[in-house]
Write a protein that binds this ligand. Structure first.
Ligand code: SF4
Ligand code: SF4
Length: 174
Protein backbone atom coordinates (compact mmCIF):
# COMPACT_ATOMS: atom_id res chain seq x y z
CA UNK A 1 0.00 0.00 0.00
CA UNK A 2 1.44 3.42 -1.06
CA UNK A 3 1.82 6.16 1.52
CA UNK A 4 -0.24 9.38 1.27
CA UNK A 5 1.91 12.37 0.13
CA UNK A 6 3.22 14.33 3.10
CA UNK A 7 2.77 18.17 3.18
CA UNK A 8 5.95 20.18 2.77
CA UNK A 9 7.42 21.93 5.78
CA UNK A 10 6.33 25.37 4.52
CA UNK A 11 2.66 24.44 4.10
CA UNK A 12 2.56 23.25 7.70
CA UNK A 13 3.30 26.81 8.75
CA UNK A 14 0.30 29.18 8.76
CA UNK A 15 2.04 32.58 8.41
CA UNK A 16 2.44 32.52 4.57
CA UNK A 17 -1.31 31.98 4.25
CA UNK A 18 -2.06 34.89 6.60
CA UNK A 19 0.25 37.27 4.69
CA UNK A 20 -1.24 36.14 1.37
CA UNK A 21 -4.73 36.93 2.69
CA UNK A 22 -3.65 40.33 4.06
CA UNK A 23 -1.94 41.21 0.76
CA UNK A 24 -5.10 40.29 -1.16
CA UNK A 25 -7.27 42.43 1.17
CA UNK A 26 -4.87 45.39 0.97
CA UNK A 27 -4.62 45.37 -2.84
CA UNK A 28 -8.41 45.18 -3.20
CA UNK A 29 -8.91 47.96 -0.66
CA UNK A 30 -6.52 50.26 -2.58
CA UNK A 31 -8.20 49.33 -5.88
CA UNK A 32 -11.63 50.17 -4.42
CA UNK A 33 -10.50 53.47 -2.91
CA UNK A 34 -9.23 54.72 -6.28
CA UNK A 35 -11.99 53.22 -8.42
CA UNK A 36 -15.18 53.47 -6.35
CA UNK A 37 -17.49 53.13 -9.34
CA UNK A 38 -16.24 49.60 -9.97
CA UNK A 39 -17.00 48.49 -6.41
CA UNK A 40 -19.56 45.66 -6.41
CA UNK A 41 -20.92 46.74 -3.01
CA UNK A 42 -22.85 49.82 -1.83
CA UNK A 43 -21.85 52.11 1.02
CA UNK A 44 -25.03 51.49 2.99
CA UNK A 45 -26.71 53.44 4.60
CA UNK A 46 -25.41 56.45 2.62
CA UNK A 47 -26.14 54.60 -0.63
CA UNK A 48 -29.26 52.50 -1.01
CA UNK A 49 -30.23 49.97 -3.63
CA UNK A 50 -33.11 50.96 -5.90
CA UNK A 51 -35.44 48.00 -5.96
CA UNK A 52 -38.06 47.44 -8.65
CA UNK A 53 -41.41 49.20 -8.23
CA UNK A 54 -42.87 45.67 -7.90
CA UNK A 55 -40.85 45.06 -4.74
CA UNK A 56 -42.99 43.61 -1.93
CA UNK A 57 -42.00 45.48 1.22
CA UNK A 58 -43.85 46.76 4.25
CA UNK A 59 -47.62 46.49 4.22
CA UNK A 60 -50.06 49.32 3.55
CA UNK A 61 -53.75 49.32 4.44
CA UNK A 62 -55.45 51.40 1.76
CA UNK A 63 -58.19 53.94 2.43
CA UNK A 64 -61.39 55.08 0.76
CA UNK A 65 -61.91 58.58 -0.59
CA UNK A 66 -63.11 59.76 2.83
CA UNK A 67 -59.92 58.47 4.47
CA UNK A 68 -61.52 55.51 6.25
CA UNK A 69 -60.08 52.02 5.87
CA UNK A 70 -60.97 50.07 2.73
CA UNK A 71 -60.75 46.78 4.67
CA UNK A 72 -64.06 44.98 5.21
CA UNK A 73 -62.67 42.61 7.87
CA UNK A 74 -63.46 39.57 5.72
CA UNK A 75 -60.46 37.70 7.21
CA UNK A 76 -59.28 36.30 3.86
CA UNK A 77 -55.79 37.73 4.30
CA UNK A 78 -55.44 36.35 7.83
CA UNK A 79 -56.77 32.96 6.72
CA UNK A 80 -54.27 32.78 3.85
CA UNK A 81 -51.28 34.03 5.83
CA UNK A 82 -48.83 31.10 6.19
CA UNK A 83 -47.08 32.77 9.13
CA UNK A 84 -50.35 33.49 10.93
CA UNK A 85 -49.10 36.95 11.76
CA UNK A 86 -52.25 38.94 10.93
CA UNK A 87 -54.72 39.65 13.74
CA UNK A 88 -58.07 41.20 12.91
CA UNK A 89 -60.98 42.13 15.13
CA UNK A 90 -64.18 43.03 13.29
CA UNK A 91 -66.96 45.30 14.46
CA UNK A 92 -70.34 46.43 13.13
CA UNK A 93 -70.28 49.75 11.32
CA UNK A 94 -72.69 52.53 12.17
CA UNK A 95 -73.34 52.96 8.43
CA UNK A 96 -76.00 50.29 7.54
CA UNK A 97 -74.53 49.96 4.01
CA UNK A 98 -71.22 48.77 5.49
CA UNK A 99 -71.44 45.28 6.94
CA UNK A 100 -68.36 45.42 9.17
CA UNK A 101 -64.92 46.96 9.51
CA UNK A 102 -61.75 46.21 11.49
CA UNK A 103 -61.43 47.89 14.87
CA UNK A 104 -58.11 46.08 15.17
CA UNK A 105 -55.80 45.06 12.34
CA UNK A 106 -52.27 44.08 13.29
CA UNK A 107 -49.37 42.48 11.44
CA UNK A 108 -46.44 41.07 13.38
CA UNK A 109 -43.75 41.94 10.84
CA UNK A 110 -41.09 39.92 12.64
CA UNK A 111 -43.08 36.77 11.88
CA UNK A 112 -44.09 37.87 8.38
CA UNK A 113 -42.23 36.13 5.53
CA UNK A 114 -43.24 38.81 2.98
CA UNK A 115 -44.80 36.22 0.70
CA UNK A 116 -47.56 38.55 -0.55
CA UNK A 117 -50.38 36.04 -0.02
CA UNK A 118 -52.38 38.61 2.00
CA UNK A 119 -52.26 41.07 -0.89
CA UNK A 120 -53.25 38.34 -3.35
CA UNK A 121 -56.12 37.14 -1.17
CA UNK A 122 -57.73 40.53 -0.57
CA UNK A 123 -60.77 41.01 -2.81
CA UNK A 124 -60.98 44.80 -2.34
CA UNK A 125 -57.38 46.07 -2.69
CA UNK A 126 -57.33 46.83 1.03
CA UNK A 127 -53.86 45.50 1.83
CA UNK A 128 -50.81 46.04 -0.33
CA UNK A 129 -47.11 45.42 -0.05
CA UNK A 130 -45.30 48.71 -0.61
CA UNK A 131 -41.75 49.62 -1.62
CA UNK A 132 -40.45 50.23 1.92
CA UNK A 133 -37.93 47.61 2.96
CA UNK A 134 -36.11 49.17 5.89
CA UNK A 135 -37.62 48.08 9.20
CA UNK A 136 -35.02 49.03 11.81
CA UNK A 137 -35.69 49.38 15.51
CA UNK A 138 -34.05 49.13 18.90
CA UNK A 139 -34.84 46.43 21.43
CA UNK A 140 -37.99 48.13 22.67
CA UNK A 141 -39.34 48.87 19.17
CA UNK A 142 -42.86 47.70 18.37
CA UNK A 143 -42.88 45.40 15.34
CA UNK A 144 -46.56 44.61 15.74
CA UNK A 145 -47.86 47.14 13.22
CA UNK A 146 -51.33 48.47 14.00
CA UNK A 147 -53.86 50.39 11.88
CA UNK A 148 -52.16 53.74 12.52
CA UNK A 149 -48.83 52.39 11.32
CA UNK A 150 -50.26 50.37 8.43
CA UNK A 151 -52.58 53.02 7.01
CA UNK A 152 -51.57 56.42 8.35
CA UNK A 153 -47.79 56.44 8.93
CA UNK A 154 -46.35 59.88 8.02
CA UNK A 155 -44.70 58.84 4.76
CA UNK A 156 -48.08 57.69 3.39
CA UNK A 157 -49.20 61.34 3.63
CA UNK A 158 -52.72 60.70 4.91
CA UNK A 159 -53.12 57.23 3.42
CA UNK A 160 -52.94 55.45 0.05
CA UNK A 161 -56.29 55.39 -1.67
CA UNK A 162 -57.53 52.03 -2.88
CA UNK A 163 -57.77 51.68 -6.64
CA UNK A 164 -61.26 50.30 -6.12
CA UNK A 165 -63.48 53.29 -5.52
CA UNK A 166 -67.08 52.91 -4.36
CA UNK A 167 -68.60 53.18 -7.84
CA UNK A 168 -66.39 50.41 -9.27
CA UNK A 169 -67.04 48.33 -6.19
CA UNK A 170 -70.80 48.49 -6.64
CA UNK A 171 -70.46 47.74 -10.37
CA UNK A 172 -68.30 44.72 -9.58
CA UNK A 173 -70.93 43.60 -7.05
CA UNK A 174 -68.34 43.19 -4.27
S1 SF4 B 1 -46.80 38.78 3.41
FE1 SF4 B 1 -47.30 36.61 3.77
S2 SF4 B 1 -46.55 36.21 5.83
FE2 SF4 B 1 -46.63 38.43 5.61
S3 SF4 B 1 -48.63 39.04 6.43
FE3 SF4 B 1 -48.88 38.73 4.21
S4 SF4 B 1 -49.54 36.61 3.98
FE4 SF4 B 1 -48.67 36.82 6.05
S1 SF4 C 1 -57.32 43.35 4.15
FE1 SF4 C 1 -58.65 42.54 2.53
S2 SF4 C 1 -58.58 40.31 2.82
FE2 SF4 C 1 -57.83 41.23 4.73
S3 SF4 C 1 -59.63 41.39 6.03
FE3 SF4 C 1 -59.41 43.35 4.96
S4 SF4 C 1 -60.71 43.14 3.15
FE4 SF4 C 1 -60.38 41.07 3.93
Amino acid sequence: MSKAPQPSGLSNWYLPGIFKGLWYTLTNMIKNIFNRKAMPTLNYPEEKYNYSSRFKGNHILTVKKDGSLRCTACMLCATNCPAQCITIEASEHEDPTVEKFPIKYEIDVLRCVYCGFCEEACPVDAVRMGPEWQTPGYGDANFNYDITKLAYRPNLKGGIQSSLDDKERHEAGI
